[in-house]
Design a protein around this ligand. Structure first.
Ligand code: TMP
Length: 217
């Protein structure tokens, strides 16, 4: 069941931020809040979310490769994820909560790796074309913001780092700049959350962002 205000097109929310910002722990909590208000919810992630896209994730996060190969893998995984999971769930009127989406490609492969942002915009237009011919974008993107050196300290020793998590702080400063650029290009899509607060305070800000848009009461 979905909120009547979203009709058959569901509600698409993405979660973004540099590694160590703590976004992922809020995805499940927000899913529970939506379910408690009668929504059917799909919780998913990128790269990943389908058997094929999870295989591409293992490659993209584990193998060294040039930035174009990395960007193409991210978009290949995204296409499979959109076709098999995201579009069908939105067509059923569900809330789709996605841990990362295309802003991550602009921030990591674009600003982090220095890959051409205009090429990424072309790939975005091809890959995210909906069955109706529109560009599929999240209705809301929650951007968890934190100083890259604090995020690095949080990550240190937490688990064996993948290819991205083991990047230096400079890389994450560029990624954060990339996210800020995406916000400037489309401010109404984003809610910026100060992630350098106790978890409860971060959650309060997440809820406030949803409530101010009328999607949770
Ligand atoms: P996660 O650790 O939040 O699941 O994200 C996986 C890693 O993949 C994270 O370091 C960010 C990176 N990533 C990209 O570089 N480009 C992308 O398009 C996506 C979705 C993730």
């Amino acid at each position: 069941m979905s909120s009547s205000s979203q009709g058959a097109d569901g509600l698409f929310i993405s979660f973004e931020g540099i590694d160590g910002a703590g976004k992922s722990s809020h995805v499940q909590t927000l899913a529970q809040a939506f379910r408690a208000q009668g929504w059917a919810v799909t919780v998913t992630r990128e790269p990943g979310g389908t058997p094929l896209a999870e295989k591409l994730r293992t490659l993209a996060l584990g193998e060294p490769m040039d930035p174009l190969t990395e960007a193409l893998l991210m978009f290949a995984a995204r296409r499979d994820h959109l076709v098999r999971v995201i579009e069908p769930a939105l067509a059923r009127g569900e809330a789709v909560l996605c841990d990362r989406f295309t802003d991550a490609t602009f921030a990591y492969q674009g600003s982090g790796r220095g890959f051409d942002l205009q090429v990424l915009a072309q790939l975005e237009a091809w890959v995210q074309r909906t069955p109706a011919g529109d560009l599929r974008e999240p209705h809301l993107t929650l951007l968890f913001e934190i100083d890259p050196s604090i995020a690095a300290a949080r990550l240190a020793g937490a688990r064996v780092p993948d290819k991205f998590e083991s990047q230096p702080v400079d890389f994450f400063s560029r990624v954060a700049t990339g996210y800020a650029l995406r916000v400037r290009q489309n401010p109404s899509r984003f809610a910026r959350v100060d992630a350098d607060q106790p978890r409860e305070a971060v959650w309060t800000d997440v809820l406030a962002a949803l409530r101010s848009r009328g999607w949770l009461t």
